[in-house]
Ligand binder design. Structure first.
Ligand code: C5J
Length: 228
């Protein structure tokens, strides 16, 4: 049994083989200049700031042969999996499916829909293409977790208050022990990130735990801190 120093109290890992690192939506369209997020007027540097931390966690999980799950928010080219409520929300310009500087926005396979090069998934890693904010909605994620006997999920990615939070809540309702890595997640709005962290771990960990990446690495690979 290993414990991660976390809030509101230590997070217990029964065995390492039951853990997965979940990396939510680290897509070019959300993180890069010229992408969807930028076109909507957001400060993408907020999201870019977590890339080194997520990369370090990813490399650690890979070196320990622990499972990694990447997610991508994406729709089919004919938008048949994008409900009008989502398509029309925000009255924004641009919209999902419009032509952007990196291809059609949030359309599977387009350049902007790809995960940023620093975090490109390996062939053996799970990639969940999700049409919703939550990664369990209209995907086979739950089936995969059950097959792999994964019970503990460590969350990173963007944006904290939208796709990360939604997925962590979905996972909690399904009985998974969830921990959000605070410096491995970001929002375009720092106050939304902070509020989300506080909400998730409120009332004795109503949705789960939060911890810093150093605490996670120290628990997984005690020597990782020394060699960092
Ligand atoms: C958003 C996400 N914010 N990945 N997507 O629309 O959080």
């Amino acid at each position: 049994m290993t414990a991660i120093a976390a809030n509101p109290y230590d997070y217990q890992l029964p065995t390492e083989s039951k853990i997965a690192l979940v990396i939510i939506d680290m897509q070019r369209d959300f993180l890069e200049y010229g992408g969807f997020g930028d076109a909507l007027g957001n400060d993408v540097t907020q999201l870019q700031s977590i890339v080194p931390t997520v990369k370090k966690l990813l490399e650690t999980f890979r070196s320990l042969n622990l499972p990694v799950i990447h997610t991508i928010e994406a729709h089919s080219p004919d938008l048949s999996d994008c409900p009008p409520s989502k398509l029309n929300r925000g009255q924004g310009n641009p919209k999902i499916g419009d032509q952007g500087t990196m291809g059609r926005i949030l359309i599977v396979g387009e350049d902007g829909n790809n995960i940023i090069p620093e975090l490109t998934p390996l062939e053996n890693e799970i990639v969940i293409i999700k049409p919703g904010k939550g990664a369990f909605c209209r995907t086979n994620l739950e089936e995969i977790l059950q097959k792999e006997e994964i019970t503990h999920l460590l969350f990173t990615g963007v944006t904290t208050e939208v796709c990360v939070q939604t997925t962590m809540r979905e996972a909690n309702d399904r009985g998974y022990e969830c921990l959000l890595i605070e410096d491995g997640t970001a929002s375009y709005f720092p106050k939304f990130k902070q509020s989300t962290i506080e909400m998730l771990r409120a009332q004795g960990g109503i949705i789960g735990w939060t911890a810093n990446s150093d605490a996670v690495l120290a628990a997984l690979v005690p020597q990782a801190i020394a060699i960092a």
